[in-house]
Write a protein that binds this ligand. Structure first.
Ligand SMILES: [Zn+2]
Ligand SMILES: [Zn+2]
Length: 186
């Protein structure tokens, strides 16, 4: 069988499980994540097989890639490496429902509905990369972020507005202090 960039369900029916090993290049813009600054080749390994239900197919595998993410606190890019597994179940998209029928929605994250009996492997890889990127990437857990006043990267320099602005974490305490100061004035 020639190497194709699709999981073809009819082939799984005919020939049984199939394993795919592919490497795809993506432009950052294709992946639609603003915190992704750069990405290297994405390797995908997937085995597709028949599921337990009629017309259900499974895809189990992993994606591996390296790239640069933008830190959500200090806005600096930092290197990121990820290897994650996936276990997907493809089921036929339910036909149009009548009013009395309960709407069928996938209650599990790993279920995807299909209309066409082929799954583009490149899209599968892109989707897994998107899922692997943290919602709020951090260069380090202890990243100090930017000074809200002058914009200095507080990991690299300590600016002079620090004391005036106060640390967000001490905001509540500063409020109490201000109140106490007011009382003392009275
Ligand atoms: Zn950072
Ligand atoms: Zn500052």
């Amino acid at each position: 069988m020639p190497d194709r960039d699709f999981i073809v369900f009819d082939d799984i029916d005919k020939y049984g499980s199939e394993t795919y090993e592919r490497t795809y290049e993506f432009a950052v813009s294709e992946l639609d994540r603003i915190d992704l600054a750069a990405i290297g080749p994405v390797s995908l390994v997937a085995t597709a097989s028949k599921g337990d239900l009629a017309a259900e197919y499974l895809a189990d595998g992993s994606t591996t890639f390296t790239g640069d993410l933008t830190c959500s606190r200090c806005v600096e890019p930092f290197p990121f490496a990820n290897s994650s597994e996936f276990h997907l179940r493809f089921r036929p998209r339910p036909a149009v429902l009548t009013e009395n029928e309960v709407e069928i929605t996938p209650d599990e994250l790993d279920i995807e509905f299909y209309t066409e009996r082929l799954i583009p492997l490149r899209e599968l890889a892109a989707e897994q990369v998107q899922l692997s990127i943290p919602m709020k990437p951090l260069c380090t857990e202890s990243c100090l972020g930017l000074c809200p006043q002058c914009g200095a990267n507080r990991n690299l320099e300590s600016c002079s507005c620090q004391s005036a602005a106060g640390d967000e974490r001490w905001g509540a305490l500063a409020g109490i202090r201000a109140e106490l100061a007011k009382k003392n004035e009275q």
